[in-house]
Design a protein around this ligand. Sequence first.
Ligand code: 8X3
Length: 257
Amino acid sequence: MESLKGKIVFITGASSGIGKACAESFASLGAKLIISSRGFDKLEHLAVELKEKYNSEVHYASLDVRDIKSVQKFYNALPDDWKRIDILVNNAGLARGFNKLYEDDIAGWEEMIDTNVKGVLYITRTVVPGMVERESGHVINLGSIAGHQAYPKGAVYCASKHALDAITNSLRQDVIDKNIRVSTVDPGMVETNFSNIRFYGDEEKAKNVYKGLTPLFAGDIADAVIYCATRPPHANINEMVIMPSAQANSYVNYRKN
Ligand code: 8X3
């Protein structure tokens, strides 16, 4: 396992769920962290916690990845030595709505495409040139099983994750001569506030998604991300699909009750 000590790791959407679990895991292994999310309070709380618990160096600021100007401002405001990002974890993403396409809410589409696709593009376009210049870096994207198998009532979420899969694959080829690795970690059901956000705060609907089975948890995905990040320099994990044991694929689950 390669050491992460002193490595600069930038995680988007870091204040909760998978992003937060990744921040904790990277911090526990001695990485220096740049963490961002839209909200500031939870992010600040996390930064303080990581400093106290792991003595981590943490740079944090609120950021909406959907806004290219803010992304550039965020990056330009980083102290010079923090701009040397070793690992970029493109985690910020969301699902909005669970409806047949012909009945779905268009505002949710805009949010998903702007965050899951354009947000990743903006962050990647801003951070990767430094990696290219230094001929060193690793981009780890948080994809989904939805990027491999499109399911009913999820057209736009699935499309956004298929797009992310394409972006990951193209980028890997674009940087093949630059000593930059590109990986994607693609989970099935993970119990975070994902479903709560998808169902606009309807707790009942959100809980039902995981009813009768044991889903994955944020820590499982952080473990997968850490695995990708700690391979020796000659090895790249192109793609890791990680599912709950009770979920075979996008379509088949086994629920006990
Ligand atoms: C999350 C996986 O299958 O709930 O990206 O859409 S799924």
